[in-house]
Ligand binder design. Structure first.
Ligand code: HEC
Length: 135
């Protein structure tokens, strides 16, 4: 059992190919929440939300997360996610992208340069800086 857990921890820390470089090692970031199923588009998958240091330091405060914040949601197995949803706080506000497995790598399949509206239309309804799982 202990050996199995160590092997899992090793797998979890591995970088997933194809993700933007800012996401390297994100599975070692602070785990800020485990969203409950809302019956929405991601129902039926176990989900974990990770935040980089800038985001996690401000996560529990009220108000907008600082520039440079990155929030990542994995769905399915963390070492081999079914998809990876990302929000990056830029000067213009949140930038959204969602990666899916494609040919042994991950590639943006939703959000991205032409797909911000898909994500922001829904996330705009979340009260605390467009984040649903924030306290
Ligand atoms: C239909 C509404 C809806 C759409 C569209 C949507 N989301 Fe979400 N998102 C949610 C809800 C609800 C949660 C929290 C519960 C969950 O994960 O099921 C969430 C959680 C997240 C989180 C974790 C942080 C948080 O808000 O708590 C990230 C990151 C995220 N979504 C990114 C995206 C991206 C990127 C897109 C576009 C590709 C997107 N979402 C589209 C509803 C939506």
């Amino acid at each position: 059992m202990v050996a199995g857990m160590i092997a899992l921890a090793g797998a979890v820390a591995a970088n997933l190919p194809g993700l933007r470089p800012e996401l390297n090692g994100f599975t070692a970031w602070t785990k800020v929440s485990s969203p409950k199923d809302t019956g929405g588009p991601h129902a039926g998958l176990s989900k974990v939300v990770f935040a980089n240091k800038i985001a996690s330091d401000a996560w529990k405060k009220k108000g907008a997360l600082p520039l440079g914040s990155i929030v990542v949601k994995t769905a399915g197995a963390i070492a081999n996610p079914t998809f990876i949803a990302v929000m990056l706080k830029q000067k213009s506000g949140w930038y959204y992208e969602e990666y899916f497995p494609k040919g042994g790598r991950y590639a943006v399949g939703a959000g991205g340069p032409d797909g911000q509206g898909l994500c922001s239309n829904c996330h705009g309804d979340a009260a605390n800086d467009s984040l649903f799982t924030r306290p």
